[in-house]
Write a protein that binds this ligand. Structure first.
Ligand code: NAI
Length: 327
């Protein structure tokens, strides 16, 4: 029986991996710690590891995994910007779950926008204090507004459909446009200049690090809303805070943050936070932050567990599998 070590595990992961482990005849141990060089010693005696978005799979970690006899990493997520893929090439196999529930993320992006725009979070806090005043809660109709979608992959396309349902005008940018008459492609500068709301649905790559920065925000409409459910480092957070302070940007709804690894998914309410940018972000009135939870639906967790274990089985059975990263 193959032995699998799952890192950065939370109770909701265990529920769904346990559901499938007998079907795959794997012995699974769950570790709360993240997979990184400091914790990689735990992998000794295992055949495979399962890792997540904020694990740090750098060259040192990869070398140690190989030394410990690990031949395969199953990422239980779509993104893989936390892996030194170049270093892993020809040394260790890596699989991912490219699509588990694109609509879960797209629906969360729209939820963030709705909450931020109609100030539901503020209204909820107010009425709990018997404050029924509406002052400061004015939002705007989404109907007729222009949504700029950056990245028209699986999530972006679901998000476009939702926006169409709201009667919004949608313009999109993607360096690899697809042939779909329902998607209106424009260049990125045009999207920045003409969108009332901009939603990021692209991966983080070497080319788009901090694509939302002082310069790009200067091009945008005054009061633009920015939604990011993709990866934190697509946005220069300090520039964003400055643009919000100057009221250039009207608001930001963020499910991801560039320095999230030490905080997101964890309860650090009793810890002194030394990240001043995060503190400022959380205390800024037009900013709504969730803790990388866009994927968190029952359907997505079920699909993640099932596909991750199937990926590992295919590796052990030496079967073709499209979820293997090209290394
Ligand atoms: P996908 O691979 O289906 O689509 C990504 C699209 O982005 C592709 O069409 C690609 O051509 C495009 N793209 C690549 N570079 C770009 C650039 N510089 N500018 C604009 N578009 C670019 O990926 P999917 O499933 O739609 O996911 C998108 C991103 O969402 C993931 O990379 C991941 O970072 C994030 N994500 C976040 C989750 C969360 O819980 N917050 C959960 C799952 C994914």
């Amino acid at each position: 029986m193959k032995k699998i070590a799952v890192f950065d595990t939370k109770p909701y992961d265990i529920e769904f991996f346990d559901k499938y482990k007998n079907e795959y005849d794997f012995e699974i141990d769950y570790f709360e710690s993240k997979l990184r060089y400091e914790s990689v010693a735990l992998t000794k005696g295992y055949d495979a590891v399962i890792a997540f978005v904020n694990d740090n799979i750098n060259s040192k970690t990869i070398d140690k995994l190989i030394e410990n006899g690990i031949d395969v990493i199953g990422m239980r997520c779509a993104g893989f910007n936390n892996i030194d893929v170049k270093h892993a090439k020809n040394k260790i196999s890596i699989y991912r779950v490219p699509a588990y529930s694109p609509n879960a993320v797209a629906e969360h992006a729209m939820s963030l926008l709705m909450c931020l725009n109609r100030k539901i979070h503020k209204a909820h806090n107010r009425v709990r204090d018997f404050n029924f005043s509406l002052n400061g809660l004015v939002g705007f109709d989404l109907k007729g507004k222009t949504m700029g979608v950056v990245g028209t992959g699986k999530i972006g396309r679901e998000f476009i459909k939702i926006c169409n349902g709201f009667g919004m005008e949608v313009i999109s940018y993607d360096p690899y446009p697809i042939d779909d008459e329902n998607i209106e492609y424009v260049d990125l500068d045009y999207l920045f200049e003409n969108s009332d709301i901009i939603a990021l649905h692209c991966p983080l790559t070497r080319n788009n690090y901090h694509m939302i920065n002082k310069k790009s925000m200067e091009m945008m409409k005054d009061g633009v809303i920015i939604i990011n459910t993709s990866r934190g480092a697509l946005i220069d957070t300090e520039d964003l805070l400055e643009a919000i302070k100057k009221e250039k940007v009207g608001g930001a709804a963020l499910d991801v943050y560039e320095e999230e690894a030490d905080f997101f998914f964890e309860d650090v309410s009793n810890v002194t936070i030394h990240d001043d940018v995060l503190k400022l972000l959380l205390s800024t009135t037009n900013v709504l932050v969730t803790s990388h939870q866009a994927f968190l639906t029952k359907e997505a967790l079920d699909s993640i567990a099932h596909t991750t274990l199937q990926n590992l089985k295919d590796f052990f059975d030496d079967k073709e599998n499209d979820n293997k990263l090209v290394l």
